[in-house]
Design a protein around this ligand. Structure first.
Ligand SMILES: CSC[C@H]1O[C@@H](n2cnc3c(O)ncnc32)[C@H](O)[C@@H]1O
Ligand SMILES: [Zn+2]
Length: 442
């Protein structure tokens, strides 16, 4: 029998383990991922892949696990420039007395572009390939993400007070729509409407956002039920808890990404599930600001789709989804008293597929499968800290860290090569961070 000629592809990645996350939670051992035209074309046992494909580039990652690119479901990327600027305070004091005054003094497209570039470097080094952002000057966020070659959901920010970026809600919205019109064909970008929070956005603005979200089919990304203060303030001002208020204003539905969801009654959890809303769980930020801990196990029990976010580097202070996966899993066990709560595979699914679902991108990213875009992360599990390795998913969530991320592909393009960034100059970014530190200090 004549041999079928080998099929040419751009990239063939051979790995000890491939963890697709979906369609099943099975781990494939000694498998290879073939990539061409930015997409995964096949996942096969390595021996077979070697026969079937001839590649321009081979990666022989013999002690590594391949996972889908991690998706950071809530960031203020540019806030890397305020990392460590003001620590150990509760949310409202932190925001009002420190962060908002600093943002007022320094906010500009340059601040956002530089801060977001630094965030992209940190996130790519830690295996994050996509981030869902909310910040001023979203055009600078988009520019930094595109320069870095990262995937981003750009939040078209709306807040009912004037800033250096925009004067009023119409100004915020018009600037956001102009940006979306200009960049809507960029394959790495998608857009959300991003009203900041119930305590900074009025009813009239929320109603407009609900209308635009349904007309334009855009997700809505909003901080919600983060602290007890937020709930008390809403009851005092509107005689309604924030979630009920947003329900009355027409915001609930499968397009809503509710960030935090720390303080939720059982009825509110059921309502989020009924409405198909998503929750972005930010465990480190919630602990650091002493906001509390989200009822993740019961929310998941109700069927709510939950992804994981870091929040900004000023309240975390890392943009590290490996830490967040571990923390989410441990916290769920501690809070429920049930060691089976939030197992490792669920934590990995939250940081990948569930984030993609929340962004409406799960037909393209979030798992490793033929036809999906090639957002792929290789984690080196050969080190002493991950030995022995009975179960690579357990190793990834409970023992590994972002330091073990060796290679990252976004849309089939190599963005981290043997721990070196290919699209960003780390030395230059450190100098940029120092320049901003002295501006912010003086
Ligand atoms: C209007 S752009 C985003 C706005 O949000 C602020 N921010 C950062 N972290 C949090 C948080 O945990 N809750 C609420 N608001 C937050 C950030 O400083 C920007 O002003
Ligand atoms: Zn936030």
């Amino acid at each position: 029998m004549p041999e079928t000629p080998a099929h040419p592809v751009e990239t063939l990645i051979e790995a000890r383990w491939v963890i697709p996350v979906e369609p099943s939670d099975a781990v494939l051992t000694d498998h290879s991922v073939a990539v061409d035209g930015g997409r995964i074309v096949a996942i096969l046992p390595t021996e077979e892949a070697r026969r079937r494909f001839v590649a321009q580039r081979y990666y022989r990652l013999t002690d590594h696990a391949l996972i889908p690119g991690l998706i950071n479901l809530h960031t203020h990327a540019a806030m890397t420039l305020l990392r460590g600027y003001s620590d150990d305070l509760p949310l409202m004091e932190w925001l009002k007395a420190h962060i908002w005054p600093a943002e007022n003094r320094h906010m500009s497209p340059d601040f956002v572009r530089d801060g977001t570039r630094i965030a992209c470097a940190e996130m790519l080094r830690g295996g994050t390939t996509c981030f869902n952002d909310m910040y001023f000057f979203p055009e600078a966020v988009a520019e930094a993400a595109l320069d870095a070659g990262m995937r981003a959901a750009i939040g078209l920010i709306v807040i009912d007070f004037p800033t250096a970026y925009a004067g009023d809600s119409d100004d915020y919205l018009n600037k956001g729509f102009a940006l979306r019109d200009r960049l809507r064909d960029e394959p790495l970008l998608s857009f959300t409407l991003a009203p900041h929070a119930p305590y900074t956005v009025g009813d009239k603005t929320f109603k407009k956002i609900a209308t635009f979200a349904s007309q334009l089919d855009l997700p809505v990304h909003v901080h919600l039920h983060e602290t007890e203060d937020e709930i008390h303030q809403s009851l005092a001002q509107h005689n309604l808890r924030p979630l009920a208020r947003l329900q009355n204003l027409g915001l609930l539905g499968p397009g809503l990404i509710a960030v935090h969801g720390v303080h939720l009654t059982p009825d509110e959890q059921a309502l989020l599930a009924e409405q198909g809303c998503h929750v972005a769980h930010c465990p480190a930020s919630n602990l650091k600001l002493a906001s509390g801990f989200a009822p993740i196990a019961t929310l998941a029990g109700h069927g709510v789709n939950i992804g994981i976010g870091t929040d900004g580097a000023a309240s975390n202070n890392k943009l590290d989804l490996f830490s967040e996966m571990r923390l989410a899993a441990l916290l769920a066990k501690g809070v429920t008293g049930d060691a089976a709560a939030l197992p490792a595979h669920t934590a990995l699914q939250m940081a990948t597929l569930n984030g993609a679902r929340a962004l409406g991108l799960d037909d393209r990213i979030g798992s490793l499968a033929p036809g999906k875009l090639a957002d792929i992360v290789a984690v080196d599990l050969s080190g002493i800290e991950t030995q022995p390795c009975f179960d690579p998913i357990s190793a990834l969530v409970y023992a590994a860290g972002r330091e073990q991320v060796s290679h990252v592909w976004v849309n089939g393009e190599l963005r981290l090569d043997n721990r070196q960034l290919t699209s960003l100059d780390e030395r230059e970014l450190k100098l940029t961070a120092n320049v901003w530190q002295s501006r912010i200090t003086h």
